[in-house]
Design a binder for this molecule. Structure first.
Ligand code: BGC
Length: 847
C-alpha cells in the first residue's frame, strides 16, 4: 500500500519563490558533481544579491487575539522559523534549544519530515502575529545534493493551528497568499562551503516583528513538484550539544617568512595566548584558534567593531607542519591545512552591524575542524569565542575508562567521531566535499554507536531512509539517503540495513524497527537471489586494507551473513517458514563457499580479513576451524602483532578473536602503537579516528590528499569489543535490550611472552552503560594476587556472569564477603557461570 502524508498535511500546499524572485535567486541554478567551481567563488557574486528565499504570513487582530498556536512545518531545503521577533525554539530548563538544520536529510524524492512547535509562548499580546521562514539549499539543493533531486526550487509547507480568544479555531496553511521575498542577513549558505552573514541588513528576527513595515514583499508561488510523503520526524533533532568548547590557544601572526627547506615558508608567530579571552584582531593579522579537539559544529563569537567590517573565518582539521610539499603541506608551516577538504570551501563571513556587542554563529552550514582561523578587513574586538558542537541530539549512554591513558584517548577519539558524524544521517566524514551516508561505514560502527549513545530513534529514521532509497529492483544504495552519483547492491555497504536492524533489535529489544523494515530487507534478499551464490556486487572490498582480500570472496561471505541475520530477523517476527528458507540459503551459500574457497581442506584466501570473515560468519567446517584460528593467530603474530585489515576486517577483528578464544591477541592489537594500529594515530596526535591508519604521520606528514579525513569513525568499531569483552557488558539475543545481561569481564592476562615487547597489560577497567532496561555498571582490576570485579545489575533485569578462572587450583570465590565454592557453579568455555538477580555485587578471587 502506498504510504500517505500525515493527515495534518492533507490539502496543504507547498510554496516556492515566484518566477521573478526565482530568477534573482542565484542558488536555484543546478550544480553538479564533486569539485565543481560553484563553491566559494560564487559567494562574491552572491554578496551583491539579496539573501535567502524568505516566506511570511501574518494573522490575528487586536480585537480577538490568538491564545493558542501550534505549527507543523517542513521544507525542501533547510528552514528556520522566526515568530514575532524571535527564533522559534523549545524550552529546555532555563534556556531555549533550537532544532538546527531541519528538516534533516531524507530521500527527498520519497519523503520529507515535519517538525511541530508550540508557538503559544511567542504569541503577541497585541493580537498581531508574524511568521517569517528563511530557506537554504541544505541537503536538498546544495552542492552536497549532487543534483539528485533535480533542479527543483526550495519549497516550504506548513500547517498552523490557531485558537482565538473568542474560542474560534482556524487552520492556516501555506499557499499563494503567503508573502515571498529574497531577504535577510544571510547572503549565502552552503553545507560544504559555509555561510555569509551581513549583520547590517534586516535580520530575520526584525523581519518577523508584527508591526514591521511591509515593503518589497511579493506573493509566493505554488510548488507542485514534490511527489513524496510528509511524515513526522521520528529522529532526535540536530542540536547544539551541551559541551563547552573553549579555545585552548590563540596564535597570532601577520607575516609569512621564507625559510630554508620549505616550499611555502612559515608563519611568523607574534604571540600564542593560552585560554584566550577578549582580544583585538587587527586588519592584516591572522588568528588561529586551536580548540584542542577535532569536532563538528561552528564558531560562536561576540565581537564589536565598525559597521561593515568583515570577519572571514576558515576552518581546518590540521595545521601545516613544515611548509613542505613532500610532507603533503598546502601552505606555510603553522597555517591551516585545508587540502583534504577538497572542493569544500568551509568558510564563513560575518559583516558587522557596528552597534556595540554583536553575537553570531552560522545557521545553515556546519564544519568539521579543530582549528578556526579569523581575519578581518578592519580592526575588531573579539570579546568572546567558543565552538558549538552540533549533531543529532542522541543522549550519551556509555562510559569507559581504563588504566591505560592511551586507550582512554582512543575511547575519547571514537566518541568524538560519533558526535561529529551522527548529524541527521550517519556520515563517513563531516568536513570535505562528501559528508554522505555511506552505508559501509554505518554498518561497521552502529553497534559501538549504540553503546555510546541512545541511537534507536536515529536509526529508526535511517532505516526508513534506506527503504525509501531502495531501488525498484530491491538494491540498497551505497549511500543512504540515495545520491545519484553512487552505486547500489554492493557487498557490506548495501547489506547495512540488515545489519543495523539486527543490531538495533539486540541493543534495544525493539521489535517495531524489525517489523517496519522487514519487507524492504526481504526485497533486498529477493534482489540478491538473482545472482546465484555470488551475493552482492563487488565494489569496495575490504576498503583501505593493508593486505588484499578477493572482492568476490567478500561478497559471498556477506551474502551468507545476510542469510544468517535474516533467519534471526524472521524468527523475531514469528515467521518460521521464512526463517527456515533463510537457514537453507545460508547452508547453501556455505556449501558453495567451501567448494569455491577451500582446497584440500584449507582456505585459499589467506588474508587476515578472509580468516576473520569466514570464522565470524561460521563458514568453515569444524575440521578446519581450529587450524584456521591457529593460522590467523600466527599471521597476526608474524606481522609483528599488527593488523592488516581494512574497514570490513577491522570492524570484526577483536570481536572475532575473542569469540574464538583469542582475547590476548585482541589486547595485543588494541595496545599496538606501530603502523597500522588504533593507537598509532593517537601517537601521531589524533583527537578523532582517522580515515587511514596513517592519515598523518610525524615521520612523513600528510597521507594521500585525495581521500584523507581526520574524522572517520569506521575504525572506531573496536569499541564494541571494549564494551562487550574488555569491560564485559553484552546482551542476549534471545532476550534483547539488556533484559538478560551477559557479563563477560575479560581481563588482560597476557604474560610477557604472549605480547609484543614493550607493551604493558591493562590493569583495570571501569565503565557503565545506560541500557533501555536500566544502567549497568561494571569494573575489574587485576591486583598482585587477586582479581576484583564489581557489577551492578539494574532492577527488572537478570544477568549471567561468565567469570574468568585464572588458576585451576583456586577453588573459591568471595561474593559480597561470602566465600563460595566454585564447584557450585557450571562452567562454560573455561569460565564460571553465575546467575545474578538485580543488585550490586563484589567478587574477589585469587589469581
Ligand atoms: C568514503 C568511505 C566510503 C567509501 C566507499 C569514501 O569516499 O569516505 O568512508 O565508505 O567512499 O568506499
Amino acid at each position: 500500500m502506498k504510504e500517505r502524508s500525515d493527515k495534518k498535511f492533507t490539502g496543504s500546499t507547498w510554496i516556492a519563490l515566484n518566477d521573478v524572485l526565482s530568477e534573482q535567486y542565484q542558488d536555484s541554478k543546478p550544480k553538479k558533481g564533486w569539485g565543481n567551481n560553484g563553491g566559494w567563488d560564487r559567494y562574491s557574486e552572491i554578496e551583491t544579491k539579496e539573501g535567502l528565499p524568505v516566506f511570511r504570513t501574518r494573522f490575528g487582530a487586536k480585537e480577538n487575539p490568538a491564545v493558542k498556536c501550534t505549527i507543523h512545518a517542513t521544507a525542501l531545503g533547510n528552514f528556520e522559523l522566526f515568530f514575532n521577533g524571535k527564533r522559534v525554539g523549545k524550552k529546555r530548563g532555563n534556556s531555549v534549544a533550537y532544532d538546527e538544520l531541519k528538516p534533516g536529510w531524507t530521500d527527498y524524492n520519497k519523503r520529507v519530515l515535519y517538525y511541530s512547535y508550540n508557538l503559544t509562548p511567542f504569541l503577541n499580546a497585541e493580537g498581531k502575529n508574524c511568521l517569517v521562514v528563511p530557506l537554504s539549499g541544505g541537503w536538498y539543493q546544495g552542492r552536497i545534493a549532487f543534483n539528485t533531486y533535480g533542479t527543483h526550487k526550495l519549497a516550504f509547507n506548513a500547517v498552523i493551528d490557531v485558537e482565538y480568544a473568542d474560542g474560534k479555531k482556524e487552520t492556516i496553511k501555506t499557499g499563494p497568499d503567503w508573502d515571498a521575498k529574497i531577504a535577510g542577513p544571510i547572503l549565502a549558505a552552503e553545507i560544504w562551503d559555509g555561510e555569509v552573514y551581513d549583520a547590517t541588513r534586516t535580520t530575520f528576527e526584525e523581519l518577523s516583528e508584527p508591526e514591521r513595515r511591509t515593503a518589497g514583499w511579493t506573493k509566493a508561488a505554488v510548488f507542485e513538484d514534490f511527489n513524496g510523503v510528509i511524515t513526522r520526524n521520528v529522529a532526535p533533532p540536530v542540536r547544539v550539544r551541551r559541551i563547552n568548547m573553549k579555545p585552548v590557544t590563540l596564535t597570532r601572526y601577520s607575516e609569512i617568512e621564507e625559510a630554508e627547506g620549505t616550499d611555502f615558508g612559515r608563519i611568523v608567530v607574534k604571540e600564542v595566548v593560552k585560554k584566550p579571552k577578549a582580544v583585538v584582531l587587527k586588519k592584516g593579522e591572522t588568528f588561529i584558534y586551536d580548540m584542542g579537539q577535532n569536532m563538528v559544529g561552528w564558531v560562536n563569537f561576540t565581537v564589536s567593531g565598525k559597521k561593515g567590517t568583515a570577519i572571514t573565518s576558515r576552518y581546518a582539521e590540521m595545521l601545516n607542519d613544515s611548509g613542505r610539499k613532500d610532507r603533503g603541506n598546502d601552505g606555510p608551516e603553522g597555517s591551516l591545512y585545508t587540502a583534504n577538504y577538497r572542493s569544500a570551501k568551509a568558510r564563513g563571513k560575518y559583516i558587522l552591524r557596528g552597534a556595540g556587542d554583536e553575537s553570531y554563529h552560522p545557521m545553515f552550514t556546519f564544519y568539521g575542524f579543530r582549528y578556526i582561523e579569523l581575519t578581518a578587513d578592519g580592526d575588531v574586538e573579539i570579546k568572546a569565542l567558543k565552538a558549538d558542537v552540533v549533531g543529532s541530539d542522541t543522549p550519551e549512554t556509555g562510559k569507559l575508562e581504563t588504566s591505560s591513558k592511551d586507550l582512554n584517548k582512543l575511547i575519547s577519539n571514537i566518541l568524538w567521531g560519533q558526535r561529529g558524524n551522527y548529524l541527521s544521517v550517519p556520515t563517513d566524514c563531516p568536513q570535505r566535499d562528501e559528508r554522505l551516508g555511506w552505508t559501509g561505514d554505518t554498518e561497521i560502527f552502529c553497534c559501538t554507536a549504540a553503546y555510546n549513545a541512545y541511537v534507536l530513534d536515529f536509526f529508526r529514521k535511517w532505516i526508513r531512509d534506506a527503504a525509501d532509497s531502495q531501488s525498484e529492483a530491491g538494491a540498497f544504495p551505497d549511500v543512504v539517503p540515495r545520491m545519484c552519483i553512487v552505486g547500489e547492491g554492493n557487498a557490506a555497504w548495501a547489506d547495512a540495513p540488515i545489519i543495523a536492524a539486527y543490531t538495533m533489535y539486540r541493543m534495544y529489544g525493539d521489535v517495531k524497527i524489525v517489523r517496519d523494515t522487514y519487507p524492504s530487507l526481504v526485497k533486498y534478499m529477493d534482489y540478491l537471489s538473482q545472482f546465484g551464490m555470488n551475493g552482492p556486487h563487488p565494489a569496495y572490498g575490504d576498503w583501505l586494507a593493508y593486505e588484499p582480500t578477493d572482492n568476490r570472496f567478500i561478497c559471498v561471505c556477506y551474502y551468507a551473513y545476510d542469510a544468517l541475520l535474516m533467519e534471526k530477523l524472521s524468527l523475531i517476527l514469528g515467521k518460521t517458514r521464512k526463517a527456515r528458507s533463510y537457514r537453507n540459503l545460508y547452508e547453501k551459500i556455505r556449501r558453495y563457499f567451501r567448494r569455491t574457497y577451500m582446497k584440500r581442506g584449507r582456505l585459499i584466501q589467506t588474508s587476515q580479513t578472509a580468516y576473520l570473515l569466514s570464522l565470524k560468519f561460521g563458514l568453515l567446517p569444524d575440521t578446519f576451524a581450529e587450524e584456521a584460528k591457529a593460522i590467523l593467530a600466527k599471521k597476526i603474530r608474524d606481522n609483528g602483532y599488527r593488523l592488516s585489515t581494512g574497514f570490513l576486517g577491522t570492524g570484526i577483528l577483536n570481536i572475532t578473536l575473542s569469540e574464538f578464544g583469542m582475547d590476548g591477541l585482541a589486547y595485543s592489537l588494541l595496545l599496538q602503537t606501530g603502523n597500522p594500529s588504533w593507537l598509532y594515530s593517537v601517537y601521531q596526535g589524533a583527537t578523532t579516528i582517522w580515515e587511514r591508519w596513517n592519515s598523518y604521520t610525524l615521520d612523513k606528514g600528510f597521507g594521500d590528499v585525495g581521500m584523507n579525513s581526520f574524522n572517520h569513525y569506521a575504525y572506531g568499531a573496536v569499541q564494541e569489543w571494549m564494551y562487550k569483552y574488555m569491560l564485559g557488558i553484552d546482551n542476549d539475543e534471545t532476550d534483547p535490550g539488556f533484559r538478560h545481561i551477559i557479563l563477560r569481564p575479560t581481563p588482560d592476562t597476557r604474560t610477557p611472552d604472549e605480547m609484543p615487547e614493550g607493551q604493558e597489560t591493562v590493569k583495570w577497567v571501569r565503565g557503565s552503560y545506560k541500557s533501555v532496561s536500566g544502567e549497568i555498571s561494571a569494573s575489574w582490576s587485576m591486583e598482585e594476587d587477586f582479581f576484583n570485579y564489581e557489577v551492578s545489575v539494574p532492577a527488572g533485569t537478570y544477568a549471567t556472569l561468565y567469570l574468568p578462572v585464572f588458576d585451576e587450583n583456586v577453588k573459591t570465590v568471595n561474593i559480597n564477603g561470602v566465600v563460595s565454592p566454585l564447584s557450585d557453579y557450571a562452567r562454560k568455555d573455561g569460565r564460571v557461570v553465575i546467575d545474578l538477580a538485580p543488585g550490586k555485587y563484589c567478587f574477589e578471587m585469587m589469581r
